[in-house]
Design a protein around this ligand. Sequence first.
Ligand code: FAD
Length: 460
Amino acid sequence: MTSLPSDATTDDPDVLDAYRTDRAAFCPSGSPRALVRARSLEDVVQTLRWAYEHNVPVVPQGTRTGLSGGANALDGCVLLNVEKLDQIVEIDVEEQIAVVQPGVINATLAAAVAEKGLYYPPDPGSKDISSIGGNVATNAGGMCCLKYGVTGDFVRALQVVLADGRVMRTGRRTAKGVAGYDLTRVFVGSEGTLGVVTEVTVALRPAAARPLAAIAFFDTMADACRAVADHLGTGARPAALELMDAATIAAVNRLQDLGFPDGVGAVLIAQSDAGTRAPEELAAFELSARRCAATDVIVSDNPAEADLLMQGRRLAGLAFENYPASLVDDVCVPRRNLAALVAGIERIAAEYGVEIATCGHAGDGNVHPAVLFDHSQAEAAQRAFAEIMRLGLELGGTITGEHGVGFLKRDWLARELDEAALWSHQRIKQALDPRGILNPGRVIDSMATGRTEVDQRSFG
Ligand SMILES: Cc1cc2nc3c(=O)[nH]c(=O)nc-3n(C[C@H](O)[C@H](O)[C@H](O)COP(=O)(O)OP(=O)(O)OC[C@H]3O[C@@H](n4cnc5c(N)ncnc54)[C@H](O)[C@@H]3O)c2cc1C
């Protein structure tokens, strides 16, 4: 008879309480029966074998920075946290790959490969606190994804523990490889619903030059959006092109004074890591910005100043957490529709009487409108949040560019996928998780996957 790994398992109520949620608002979290802090592959295997045998739901967790409720506890579940699986197994300089355990923090990996002259580009705003396993499970994006791509573009191979405890390897270490279905891609972005990622092989790039940056100021968000389209329309591909509206700037300034001026309608920050060609790239950005009515553009020739500018933009997520409550949306639209999206968000804020601060990866058409509210406005805030997703879909986009569906957006997935795509999702889930024990009710509706009753017997 299998049992949970005794050395790694606790049912201490205070500890369980501390691990119950991620960072998303308005997502319910249940009472877990146990927390397993896995320290080995065997701990993960044993936990899943036991859960499969006893038909108990398992919620995989990285460092719980998720913004969709996907790592929140379910009633009677086992929380399977892998943050202690945090070893960098190998950095192969010649092949430009790294093999890591899932609990390695994104910035730790980036720093380790940088020491060897290599670069791991995916850089979510949470890079200092989120795990590579979580990044893979949510296919996390970030600022440098405009030029380099998202997490999934760098995942070569995975080790995954399946629902019944079997260990599977997907993909390969080589730059190319097309033997069989691309199972790696199936697991990337699957949000803990298909298997638990226990090892990741990522592709690396040669180190880029330290970036320089420019900041352009606009009276309106519409002008800033026009500048995004204008600049990218010239064929430019900056390392990052980030947008902040007046409300975001005010929120960041309240958190830390990094010198962003109050009273501007919007700023665009462009970053170039093109080395000796960086001044030329940033001059081209300045031209675009001025063509689109920028009131001022400051081009910096100092990498430290560039770091400060991007640090300011990265603080937006934390700055929103200082409000009584916030709901951060994550829609992504074709870049040509960015201005319409931003105008629609302003309309939605007025209609529902809530403040919405918008920032995001404008170069990708991916913005994070944060509905900021006090608890008396909770219903209006949730309706505004839903309207933003509806608008994103109407404009040819997606309900989530990078945060994932989790619990928060699961009712919206069926509005984005066609019937055949939804059917395929359900069949994949059934094939890989026939008892529906892996993160049930997240991403796709648990009913649709045939999850049966939870076995209530205690662990051990
Ligand atoms: C301030 C802030 C800024 C952020 N900025 C960005 C951003 O720029 N871009 C972006 O994409 N996201 C961003 N996020 C969201 C979040 O950091 C990412 O979704 C991140 O990838 C989650 O990683 P995690 O380790 O915290 O995962 P968790 O929150 O622990 O889990 C997230 C999901 O992945 C599953 N999961 C975790 N680990 C595993 C595993 N090993 N195997 C299988 N499933 C697993 C969980 O079940 C859950 O469904 C931000 C969050 C914050 C708080």
